[in-house]
Write a protein that binds this ligand. Structure first.
Ligand SMILES: *Cc1c(COP(=O)(O)O)cnc(C)c1O
Length: 411
């Protein structure tokens, strides 16, 4: 009997779905992608299959399943029907062969790196990144003998210099959090190919609507589906998209680690994705309009938004992205941390909270929300000044958002 004994973890191939999606537009993929044309009981929506286990008619059926690697469900940790649909939809939206969905973005990052790296391996990543990703690499991968090199974001010479014969992966976000630096993926992929090192892009802030890294030749695209993909601030999930071959060991490890979603959660994600294109259009519109308003406001020292010409990587963004999303980071002029907090506290429509990409606008001061326990030196190292505010525009009326910020800044 082989190790992969139960024929487990085999995603149902896309060709088994009846819904014709090839060549269809993005919103059509959002609504219909990955879904079967005919569903149980003639329902138009997919049923939520609340089952932790799946039964077999007789012993021979179990043996056939194992020996022939039949594509059917077996046990919930290896997958469920709601997950198959969401995975196919995400793969269709991202233009990838396959997607593997996890219980959170962090579970996806941890799952991918654990599946791909061995003791003695090294990874190199750009330093502007989600703080928990950094923490996982330095605190936890290190315990398993994996070495992480962090280099300044966008500095390809530094990245190349950090590559050794033991380097297995180059990692970056694009755009990065919270400075929204966009990475030149042509250079990033070329560097990986030149050194035969795999490449991973966390494209959570861009989403496949705005940016499709696989088209540049990146090996893995990762998303916190908690953000724009789910889109309603009501679920946590993560996913990795890439080739079937490269994701096989990731899927197998997920079946062992168990970082999977409940069928209910997956249904919420599927439902959220139905309006993905519509939501992204409004996030992009709000992001650009609010960024322009902030840029012109006398109390604002600097705005980081890739859609503004003043952003250091605007040219890369313009060349590679369809829109720039709802996330804006800005610095207040001559404000200490308390005066910055006062502006955050005066905003009424936007709610104070971490996260981004949901329909509700969120605002936060990174110093307080994510870096409060860091020393001032660490905050400086991570590029988090005291007067920084991060605003995640939702899909509310654009003018209402601007008026809300206006009253908070003018007070
Ligand atoms: C939120 C986020 C993550 C982590 O995702 P969770 O779903 O919260 O685990 C990773 N990367 C980026 C860029 C994020 O914004």
């Amino acid at each position: 009997m082989t190790e992969d004994f139960a024929g487990q973890n085999k995603p149902v191939p896309p060709e088994q779905t009846e819904q014709p999606t090839a060549g269809r537009g993005f919103s059509t993929l959002s609504v219909h992608g990955g879904e079967a044309h005919s569903k149980p009981l003639d329902a138009i929506t997919d049923p939520i299959v609340c089952s932790s286990t799946y039964t077999f008619r007789d012993t021979q059926s179990v043996i056939d399943f194992i020996e022939q690697g039949q594509q059917r469900e077996e046990y919930g940790r290896y997958g469920n029907p709601n997950e198959r649909v969401v995975e196919r939809k995400l793969a269709a939206l991202e233009g990838g062969e396959e997607a593997v969905v996890f219980s959170s973005g962090m579970a996806a990052i941890v799952g991918l790196l654990m599946a791909k790296l061995n003791a003695g391996d090294e990874i190199v990543f750009f330093d502007q990144c989600y703080h928990r990703s950094r923490e996982f690499c330095y605190k936890h991968l290190a315990r398993f003998g994996v070495i992480t090199h962090q280099v300044p974001t966008g500095d390809f010479d530094a990245m190349e210099a950090a590559i050794t014969p033991r380097t297995k992966m180059l990692v970056s976000e694009s755009p990065t959090n919270p400075q929204l630096t966009c990475i030149d993926l042509e250079q990033f992929v070329a560097l990986g190919k030149a050194h035969e090192v795999e490449t991973l892009i966390d494209a959570t802030l861009a989403t496949p609507y705005n940016f499709r890294p696989l088209e540049f030749g990146v090996d893995y695209v990762l998303h916190s589906a908690t953000k724009y993909l789910g889109g309603h601030n009501d679920l946590l999930a993560g996913c990795i998209v890439g080739s079937h071959e490269k994701l096989e060991d990731v899927r197998n490890l997920r079946g062992i680690m168990g970082g999977i979603n409940s069928p209910h959660n997956l249904y919420l994600l599927q439902r959220g994705l139905k309006t993905f294109e519509l939501r992204m259009e409004r996030h992009n519109q709000n992001g650009l309009a609010v960024a322009r308003f902030l840029q012109d406001h006398p109390r604002v020292e600097r705005v980081y938004y890739p859609g503004l010409e003043s952003h250091p990587t605007h040219e890369i963004a313009k060349r590679t992205m369809r829109g720039y999303g709802g996330l804006i980071t800005f610095l207040l002029k001559d404000a200490d941390w308390r005066q910055t907090a006062d502006v955050v506290d005066r905003v009424r429509l936007a709610r104070i909270g971490p996260s981004l990409g949901g329909v509700e606008t969120l605002i936060e001061q990174p110093l307080v929300m994510s870096y409060y326990t860091c020393t001032p030196e660490q905050r400086q190292q991570f590029g988090i000044p005291d007067n920084m505010i991060r605003l995640a525009c939702g899909i509310e009326n654009t003018q209402d958002l601007i008026e809300d910020l206006q009253q908070a800044l003018d007070d």
